[in-house]
Design a binder for this molecule. Structure first.
Ligand SMILES: Cc1ncc(COP(=O)(O)O)c(C=O)c1O
Length: 572
């Protein structure tokens, strides 16, 4: 036995084991097998890679290549090294699914090694297998960049992930912030996700990788770091393209966020295409980001905003919308999902109706993309905007998708470096798409963080994410409905995502939120940048709990119980 045994040899190895008759022979064989292990670098003999639960020292170093795990491992005990070699033959070079599905117990039984598997045995075989399986399941690997995974969790195992609430602890383990408690030592139930989400380890790592691995400015220099950074930034653009089903990367403009994207459209498209007498249709449930830039445009161009009302059930009044469309309608700007009500709007139908009058449509998808992939081509939307920070990526980055023909017809908005083809003493000529709209140094690390964020969301999957959010928001709504004086502003569950806004008669929302905060429950109180909507609802502020795929039913119980407590406390 002189070469390291690989998986291809596994059946041969099994046959050899089966031939062995006594325990002594098996131990001798394991020792020989251990001698075939390749040299193990000293730098990995650290606590970080040590397998807890083995009496001897065992180290396992995972390397994730994007599809498969490759393990290096060793032990300071000769026989245990044999077990390590056996495990590498089984697990190294395998996809996470294969690792998890391998019938290890029956395999060891055939080898007469099953008794080694007991958690009580000091050889630690049980712990090693558990460790390898955890790597496969969580993909939370070591921080050494050489061995760093690009994604956390079992997230390319979309098929067998199952309902999220069954794996919620594994998911939460990907988010370092959830280990942080509040000043009183209470775990924080973060229910302010519509304002901004938290970040998984893979996103945090992607940002630190930029600065500790290869940082340089992008689209400029040709040296190694500049090329590496530019390639990563462009890989993020491709990830965004795939995530929103755009046809081409040229249609993906990186901005500072949804707000910046809408302003870009208002100036670069609006100023050129709208004129006095034209109408802009927006709904009563819009965020200020999808109101004020149009109001400013109206001030500049003399056009008019018309408000599409809500129905009594907090959904968009589609019939009224249709009846408001006319040849004067030049622009429809609509949110895909309301940040206050959670209402999911029928974007495809809205776009089709608007297009039948020749209107251009801007879709504010800031609250839609956190729930997974969208399809801009199915929507047939002209422009779609969203922000990274609400969908697991960094703050400071957003996207403005535009149909290529529209973007090409628009003049650049902001001027500066990167957005030009050439500059002379007399003027400039603009660069092609998408750079024409990306003046200056972009938020490099922030953009790069979009790719792991998207991969994480894709692996969770839209349907499973929505199912979980509805489980939580449904539980919250049932709980709140039992409390006196609570008024909820919400459509039915099937028309919404995991947001619930409410007020309590006679008690200011600020006081409710303060009591909840003291109990480690983070919600938002205010107008949520939707003052027109609040005036339509007849309240100045609401309390808003917004749930995400990493929230738990326990957190919802704490939330509901604490609202009840706050009401009792503040009613005295
Ligand atoms: C529906 C909606 N649109 C736009 C925005 C603005 O996003 P940003 O502040 O990231 O530009 C938000 C943020 O809360 C939002 O909820």
């Amino acid at each position: 036995m002189d070469a390291h045994v690989t998986y291809a040899d596994l059946s041969e190895l099994q046959d050899e084991f089966i031939e062995l008759e006594t325990a002594d022979e098996r131990i001798q064989f394991l020792i020989e097998l251990g001698q075939t292990l390749p040299a193990f670098p000293d730098k990995f003999c650290t606590e970080e890679f040590r397998v807890v639960g083995c009496q001897s020292m065992v180290w396992i170093v995972p390397k994730w290549d994007g599809e498969q795990f490759h393990f290096q491992a060793s032990s300071d005990a000769p026989m245990v090294r044999g077990l390590v070699a056996l495990l590498l033959s089984i697990y190294s070079g395998k996809e996470p699914e294969v690792i998890s599905a391998f019938p290890i117990e029956s395999f060891l039984e055939k080898l007469h090694l099953k008794s080694f598997l007991s958690p009580l045995r000091s050889n630690g075989l049980h712990s090693m297998i558990r460790q390898i399986r955890q790597y496969a399941e969580s993909k939370q690997l070591a921080s050494d960049p050489h061995f760093s995974p690009k994604r956390d969790l079992q997230l390319d195992r979309a098929q067998d992930l199952g309902p999220l609430h069954l794996r919620i602890e594994a998911i939460r383990a990907d988010f370092p912030i959830f280990k942080v408690h509040n000043k009183s030592g209470l775990p924080i139930a973060y229910l302010d996700n519509a304002a901004s989400s938290q970040r998984p380890r893979c996103v945090i790592d992607s940002i630190s990788d930029v600065f500790s691995g290869h940082y340089a400015n992008v689209h400029r220099s040709g040296h190694e770091w500049a090329v590496a950074t530019t390639e990563k930034l462009e890989a993020s653009r491709e990830a965004v393209r795939r995530f929103i089903h755009a046809s081409k990367c040229e249609e993906i403009i990186f901005t500072a966020g949804a707000t910046a994207s809408i302003n870009l459209i208002a100036f670069a498209w609006g100023d050129v295409n709208l004129t006095s007498g034209d109408e802009i249709l927006i709904s009563e449930m819009e965020h200020h980001s999808n109101i004020v830039p149009w109001q400013q445009l109206c001030q500049r161009k003399g056009c008019t905003i018309r408000w599409v009302p809500l129905r009594a059930d907090y959904t968009l009044d589609f019939e009224r919308f249709e009846s408001m469309l006319s040849n004067k309608t030049k622009l429809v700007a609509i949110t895909a999902v309301s940040n206050v009500l959670g209402t999911i709007n029928p974007v495809k139908q809205i776009v089709a109706a608007a297009h039948s009058f020749g209107a251009t449509v801007v879709v504010d998808a800031a609250q839609a993309t956190p729930h997974g992939s969208i399809d801009v081509r199915e929507w047939d939307a002209d422009f779609v905007v969203f922000s990274g920070h609400k969908m697991l990526a960094s703050s400071g980055v957003g996207v403005c998708y535009g149909k290529r023909s529209l973007l090409e017809s628009m003049p650049p908005w902001q001027g500066g470096g990167s957005m030009i083809k050439s500059v002379t003493f007399d003027g400039f000529s603009a660069a092609g798409l998408p750079h024409k709209f990306e003046a200056g140094t972009p938020p490099i690390a922030e953009i790069i963080s979009m790719k792991p964020a998207i991969e994480y969301l894709e692996a969770i999957g839209h349907d499973r994410l929505m199912e979980h959010e509805r489980l939580l928001v449904g539980q919250a709504m049932v709980g709140l409905a039992k409390l006196e004086r609570v008024q909820m502003y919400s459509p039915n569950l099937e028309n919404k995502c995991g947001v619930i806004s409410f007020s309590v008669e006679g008690i200011h929302g600020e006081e409710i939120a303060r009591v909840l905060d003291s109990r480690g429950i983070a919600i938002r109180v205010g107008h949520h940048c939707a003052m027109p909507l609040h005036s339509r609802l007849g309240v100045s502020v609401t309390c808003r709990a917004s749930f995400y795929f990493y929230n738990t039913t326990d957190e919802v119980s704490r939330f509901v119980e604490s609202v009840g407590y706050a009401i009792r406390l503040l009613s005295r």
